[in-house]
Write a protein that binds this ligand. Structure first.
Ligand SMILES: Nc1ncnc2c1ncn2[C@@H]1O[C@H](COP(=O)(O)OP(=O)(O)OP(=O)(O)O)[C@@H](O)[C@H]1O
Ligand SMILES: [Mg+2]
Length: 331
């Protein structure tokens, strides 16, 4: 893709997020840097509790208590140049939400107002962002078409629609103001597998057609590798690897955790007997291991490389990045 050299739509820099708990602060996102480009589909994967949703909420500045952003920048580039979303005025934040960056969360029903027809919910968003009245009806019609819903869906209430249709409505709302970036956190877990696949394909198609970037968080790694261009793998609140899907498919993952994740999905290598869960327990953020957080579970960890006592630095070239002391050493 030619997006590599362009300014990213969103550049997350050294983001640090804690949850303030009774037992003290819990560092859940620990220095994550990540770029998302226009038209790029970036998958964000990692075990449950690795900090994916927290990263998404913080990057959207939608993180509520007890979450606290301790440091970093979320640089958004748009018509006003580059702005740090974390330091924007509330008024400016209102403007950029939906029109520059939008987010789709897990529960489609939760995202919709049950007492408003689809059309009126979309129009509310258009009005809030100053879209002239004459554009409302045509935009609603366009959006229904974009997400492959019959035009009359606009006149339904959410409860009259199936789960898959509701999810399409939520996507239509999210893209109503033509954002340049869409975050989707487990957008399809409430849906059956076929509907889920259709929704992800729809988003991929819309992203390519309309040119917006997507960050897709899902546990469905095989599907992620089907629809995404790039994958970012998180482990214990840190980024372990950033790789293109091509590299992953060629078996070129450089972080042992990424390789372990891939091996845990039989459909990625077609041999169910080779299914291997990663041994050991998920990392405790309360008492994370020293050095590389993955080292207690890593077959390649060795003291002489520093795995046990030094945090592996993040090394990135173009769209490939890894935080592993041994990434450059031969097997
Ligand atoms: N409100 C909260 N208060 C305290 N700790 C929290 C809170 N929300 C999340 N956490 C903790 O933060 C860590 C990261 O959670 P997060 O939801 O970001 O992970 P995730 O990668 O999205 O997981 P999943 O794949 O299960 O959705 C977990 O250890 C979780 O227990
Ligand atoms: Mg989550």
């Amino acid at each position: 893709m030619s997006t590599k050299t362009r300014t990213p739509v969103m550049a997350i820099r050294n983001l640090v997020v804690d949850y303030v708990t009774q037992e003290g602060p819990l560092r859940v996102v620990d220095g994550v840097s990540l770029d998302v480009h226009a038209g790029e589909l970036l998958g964000l994967a990692g075990e449950s509790g690795s900090g994916k949703s927290t990263l998404a909420l913080a990057a959207m500045r939608a993180l509520g208590a007890p979450g606290v952003i301790r440091g970093g920048e979320v640089l958004l580039s748009g018509d006003n140049g580059v702005e740090d979303l974390l330091r924007m005025s509330p008024a400016r934040l209102q403007e950029v939400r939906w029109s520059d960056v939008a987010m789709v969360v897990q529960s489609a029903m939760g995202a919709l107002n049950p007492v408003l027809k689809v059309r009126d919910q979309i129009i509310d968003a258009l009005v809030a962002h100053g879209v002239p009245k004459a554009r409302h009806a045509p935009r609603v019609a366009e959006l229904m078409q974009s997400v492959s819903l019959p035009p009359e869906t606009a006149d339904a209430y959410p409860h009259q629609l199936s789960g898959g249709m509701r999810q399409r409505v939520v996507i239509a709302m999210a893209i109503a103001l033509r954002p340049r970036l869409l975050w989707m956190d487990e957008p399809t877990t409430a849906l059956d597998v076929i509907v889920e696949r259709e929704i992800l394909e729809l988003v991929a198609e819309l992203s390519r057609k309309e040119g917006f970037g997507v960050v897709l968080i899902t546990h469905d790694l095989p599907r992620m590798l089907e629809v995404c261009d790039t994958v970012a793998i998180m482990y214990g609140g840190r980024l372990a690897e950033l790789a293109t899907v091509d590299v992953i498919h060629r078996g070129g993952a450089r972080h042992p955790y990424t390789s372990g994740l891939m091996a845990a999905f039989p459909s990625l290598h077609g041999d169910e007997s080779a299914l291997q869960a990663i041994p050991g327990d998920a990392v405790s953020l309360r008492q994370p291991p020293t050095g590389c957080r993955f080292h207690p579970r890593c077959a390649r960890a060795q003291a002489s490389s520093g795995c046990m006592d030094r945090t592996p630095p993040w090394r990135q070239t173009n769209r490939l990045g890894v935080a592993c002391h041994r990434a450059d050493e031969p097997e």
